[in-house]
Design a protein around this ligand. Structure first.
Ligand code: NDP
Length: 478
């Protein structure tokens, strides 16, 4: 079989891909050598802006298989029948590191899922933790700044991190998980995923329930200590990518049990804490897990950049039967994620093969970067029109969500217990886990001014006296 002929992007055959055109063997090169110009110009454009957060990631395709009937909660077609399978994409990531960062760093992991359902893409853009550091999206840019590099030194700043955390007690739950064993998974296969936010489900009768999503690893939890993680990084900066890619190439497909917790609207109204607060979990004892499916990752992408770097997950992607909730962080992300993709990938990012819904798409969105398909609307290029263009379907409207209250900037810290659920978690740990937590916190506090450390120890003491004492002792031990 003969090789295909190399061409320019315009399709013209290329005569020489080894030598530029020059005026004589010593140069200079000729500007008319368009093949040279095109190669250089393309290389200049091979990167798109990396994600501000979650820049370093790995992804794979797979399937969601429904194993439990939850149609009493949701009319979404994805849940329609036990045994139903839906194609999906998952992307896992660290949060703070840049695109070339090492995988085995202590950090929260992104756990983003895209289900290509019959009725549109449903994205669950969660983490490997059920909670988050903040509960108000207004704090997000400040919080992320503390995780990235200091503007002067260009170094990560433990001072900035602990300053922000110690001034934001709502972060304590997530901080405790981050510095516990689960803060450094051995790979993406060995951790749980959580939708984290509260979402809603609507059933065929139009009844609304509030739900949380959980994905329990069937590979078992595996974590590294700081020392083990450092040793891994010294030998392999891509340990999580290598693990996931290799497992799938070898036919060892990772799986997670997909579950929901459910709260009725009446239960939410009576709930002692705000069930839409992203810094809180719903205790399993009160809201037991209900299994509805299994996700399995079984196909590596053919092209990392095309399919993973350009993968665009957004909590704004919901489908009939799955909806939003009053969670302030969710509402902020509904805007921010799609906006980020328009910026970093392009206006029509959802037309790319990896992002394209597998069901028909009918919009009136017009031109712009990457309008590479030709809309077939003919004369129906605006709405309303008399030419048979797509129209709304009032039957798809969600039942109204009753809201009340005066519009104001409410203090999101007022009346919130930032310590009780952290204490419940701390009590789950055995002595060895607590000792590692204390040591991990102390290690991350090296060089942080004493006043900030003291303020943070005050928060630990409010969780459990042993927490503050343990960290203090670990700090003293150096
Ligand atoms: P449960 O005892 O019913 O649940 C405890 C949960 O903690 C389990 O889901 C377990 O996950 C998880 N867990 C165990 N070790 C760790 C760790 N090192 N870091 C993070 N999570 C861990 O208790 P409750 O539901 O009443 O929750 C008690 C505390 O557990 C909460 O305050 C919260 O901090 C934490 N938690 C609760 C979750 C929830 O949705 N209710 C989810 C995750 C954590 P697994 O099943 O995989 O072993």
């Amino acid at each position: 079989m003969s090789n295909p002929i190399l061409t320019t992007t315009g399709g013209a055959p290329v005569a020489d891909n080894q030598n530029s055109q020059t005026a004589g063997p010593r140069g200079p090169v000729l500007l008319q050598d368009y093949h040279l110009v095109e190669k250089l110009a393309h290389q200049n454009r091979e990167r798109i802006p990396e994600r501000v957060v979650h820049a370093k990631g790995s992804g794979a395709y797979g399937t969601l298989t429904i194993t439990g009937d939850i149609t009493r909660y949701s009319k979404a077609s994805v849940f329609a029948a036990v045994g139903k399978q839906t194609e999906m994409l998952a992307r896992f990531s660290t949060v703070a590191g840049e695109r070339g960062a090492a995988d085995a760093e202590r950090d929260v992991r992104g756990f983003a899922l895209k289900f290509y359902t019959d009725e549109g893409n449903w994205d669950l853009v969660g983490n490997n933790t059920p909670v988050f550091f903040i509960r108000d999206p207004l704090k997000f840019p400040d919080f992320i700044r503390t995780q990235k590099r200091h503007p002067r030194s260009n170094l990560r700043s433990p001072t900035a991190m602990w300053d922000f955390w110690s001034l934001s007690p709502e972060s304590l739950h997530q901080v405790t998980i981050l510095f516990s064993d689960r803060g450094l998974p051995q790979g993406h296969r060995f951790m749980n995923g959580y939708g984290s936010h509260t979402y809603s489900m609507l059933n065929a009768a139009g009844e609304r329930h509030w739900v949380k999503f959980h994905f329990k690893t069937l590979q078992g939890h595996r974590h590294w200590t700081n020392a083990e993680g450092n040793a891994v990084i010294a030998g392999d900066r891509e340990s999580a990518q290598r693990d996931l890619y290799g497992a799938i190439e070898g036919g060892d497909f990772p799986r997670w049990r997909a579950c929901i917790q459910v709260m009725t609207e009446a239960q939410a109204a009576a709930c002692g804490f705000n069930p839409f607060d992203l810094t809180k979990v719903w205790p399993h004892g009160d809201y037991p897990l209900i299994e509805f499916g299994v996700i399995e990752l079984n196909r590596n992408p053919a092209h990392y950049f095309a399919e993973i770097e350009q993968a665009a997950f957004s909590p704004s992607n919901i489908v009939p039967g799955v909806g939003f909730s009053p969670d302030k962080m969710l509402q902020g992300r509904i805007f921010a994620y799609a906006d980020a993709h328009r910026y970093r990938v392009g206006t029509h990012y959802e037309a790319l093969p990896v992002n394209r819904p597998r069901c028909p798409v009918h919009t009136y969105h017009a031109d712009g970067a990457m309008r590479f398909d030709a809309p077939q609307g003919g004369d129906a290029y605006y709405e309303p029109n008399s030419f048979g263009g797509p129209v709304q379907d009032p039957a798809r409207a969600e039942p109204p969500l009753s809201l009340s209250g005066d519009a104001a900037a409410y203090d999101h810290r007022a009346g919130n217990d930032d310590y009780g659920q952290v204490a419940a978690l701390y009590r789950l740990f055995d002595d060895a886990q607590r000792a590692r937590l204390h040591a991990n916190v102390a290690a991350a506090m090296q060089g942080v001014p004493e006043a900030i450390v003291t303020r943070q120890l005050g928060h630990f003491a409010r969780v459990d006296a042993r927490y503050a004492e343990g960290v203090r002792a670990a700090l003293a031990a150096g």
